[in-house]
Design a protein around this ligand. Sequence first.
Ligand SMILES: [Zn+2]
Length: 79
Amino acid sequence: MALTTFATTTFAAARSRAHGPTAALWHAVEVHRLPAEVDGACELTLCGTLARVALDEPWPSSSREVCGTCTTLAGVTPA
Ligand SMILES: [Zn+2]
């Protein structure tokens, strides 16, 4: 298993609120600060939505309720 540097862009998972019939989705947030500073904070996601960062959820999320735009913008190819 290779070690990666921390110089690359890090993404955190963030949960948006549900909008009517649309379920709450997991989005990706670019993390430029210490993870402890963004945990639980509302941040602007890659797709331009405000969502609450949850560091206990990994990105890419294993959940099915993931924002497709954020997945694409984060460069993660779904399996
Ligand atoms: Zn998104």
